[in-house]
Design a protein around this ligand. Structure first.
Ligand code: PMP
Length: 439
């Protein structure tokens, strides 16, 4: 039982939060272990979302917390500008070793948002380095989420996130999203005759390939409700971008580290981008860290300039490759490997799909989407109050002991990869009860 008294709620302006509503009815977490959070009052809360899609190996992994503690005692901080420390190099090596072949140079950031902006700048630098300075246009996708920094917000496709801040960076365009209502209740990737990726050819014809630097997509859009692209779509994007000299970036902040039953979605789908971003699961959420992994062609074009030796990529963060984050990252990758968690995720996928699709008979469910160990459950909106129903379900689930995530009227589930089959069934049953109770 936690005895801490809650602090005053006055000073903390909470991110992505209805701060007034929170302060009226605060829900505070006090501890976490394995599949469970505990509220400040000591109530267990089954974590059906791995925190914010990040605690893939479950909470409070001793191997990781020990590594962080030990590192803090030996080397608390070290710059990685023109200096280094062994843990950052070791993590880069280990991370590169689980990437698809060819993706072998790692640039560290502190978050997924920083990873997205770093990847976009890297693509621009690459195009300039190879004499294509006219390629400044960036292409994202409707309903894409790439964090909240300027670049990621601009290429992101969430109206609310963009409109709140007026104009964004110049020269951005968007592909249409990949969701079709006609595919409702498909298990895994839909199969369609529609040539969705062909839209990229239309944007290229409109703007000219010589103006386009990069295309960035999430292999499966997570934050906007688990939108799974149809079969062949990612490969088509790969073929078109390659044909036109455009850098293809996969944002794997959610899909990385076993969520889809492999180290990366690139591996799971058999499609390799030029640049891949990750974060969240990289340290099992224990210390903030992101990474951008680039292929050799991009790395070599940007860094190799025999004529003008010096700094080649004017970019980086004080905390790039921070010792505590690097130690946490190494330990997290060790836990994933020792517990074979990516294979476990692949093995559990059919039990997950079977269980979650059992919600088909819950009232007001419009669609259920599952792939790997992730699910999106789309509800009918209340006409007068879109999003209200899902929010009520979220609060009620939490108060009755389970954490889910909602976006609009879509429920997203992504349990830690250590989830047991009976816990999968429990997640489904709790959700079924709560959906029925909220009505
Ligand atoms: N990209 C994707 C695909 C994400 O899901 C997220 C976070 N949900 C981000 C980027 C941003 O990551 P962060 O919150 O660590 O900045």
């Amino acid at each position: 039982m936690q005895t801490d008294t809650p602090p005053s709620l006055a000073a903390f302006w909470m991110p992505f939060t209805d701060n007034r509503a929170f302060k009226r009815e605060p829900r505070m977490l006090g501890a976490a272990s394995g599949m469970y959070y505990r509220t400040l009052g000591g109530q267990p809360v089954l974590d059906a979302t791995a925190g914010l899609w990040c605690v893939n190996a479950g909470h409070g992994r001793k191997h990781i917390t020990d590594a962080i503690r030990k590192q803090a005692e030996v080397l608390d901080f070290a710059p990685t500008f023109q200096l280094g420390h062994p843990k950052a190099f070791e993590l880069a090596e280990r991370l590169a070793s689980i990437m698809p072949p060819g993706l072998d140079h790692v640039f560290f950031t502190n978050s997924g948002s920083e990873a997205a902006d770093t990847a976009l700048k890297m693509a621009l630098a690459y195009q300039r380095a190879r004499g294509q300075a006219g390629r400044m246009r960036l292409i994202g996708r409707e309903r894409g989420y790439h964090g909240t920094n300027f670049g990621g917000t601009a290429v992101g496709g969430i109206g609310g996130n963009r409109r709140a801040f007026g104009a964004q960076i110049w020269g951005v365009d968007h592909l249409g999203h990949t969701y079709r209502e006609t595919d409702a209740f498909t298990r895994g990737q839909p199969v369609t005759n529609e040539d969705m990726a062909g839209e990229l050819e239309r944007l290229i014809a409109l703007h000219g390939a010589e103006t386009i630097a990069a295309v960035i997509v999430e292999p499966v859009a997570g934050s906007t409700g688990v939108l799974i692209p149809p079969r062949g779509y990612l490969q088509q994007l790969r073929d078109i971008t390659r044909r036109h000299g455009i850098v293809l970036i996969f944002d794997e902040v959610i899909t990385g580290f076993g969520r889809l039953g492999a180290a990366t979605a690139a591996e799971a789908f058999g499609v390799t981008p030029d640049i891949l971003t990750c974060a969240k699961g990289l340290t099992n959420g224990a210390v903030p860290m992101g990474a951008v992994v680039a292929n050799r062609a991009i790395h070599d074009a940007v860094v190799a300039d025999a004529e003008a030796p010096g700094i080649e990529f004017f970019h980086g963060y004080t905390y790039s490759g921070h010792p505590l984050a690097a130690a946490a990252g190494i330990a997290a990758l060790e836990v994933y490997a020792n517990d074979a968690l990516f294979a476990r995720s692949a093995d559990l996928a059919s039990a997950w799909e079977e269980a979650i699709h059992g919600l088909v008979s819950a009232p007001g469910v419009r669609d259920i989407r599952t792939i790997g160990l992730v699910a999106g459950i789309e509800l009918e909106s209340r006409k007068d109050a879109p999003g209200r129903r899902a929010l009520e379900i979220f609060h009620r689930c939490f108060d009755e002991g389970m954490l889910i995530r909602v976006t609009g009227d879509i429920i997203a589930l992504s349990p830690p990869l250590i989830v047991e089959v009976d816990q999968i069934v429990e997640i489904r049953d709790r959700l079924a009860r709560t959906i029925a109770a909220v009505g």
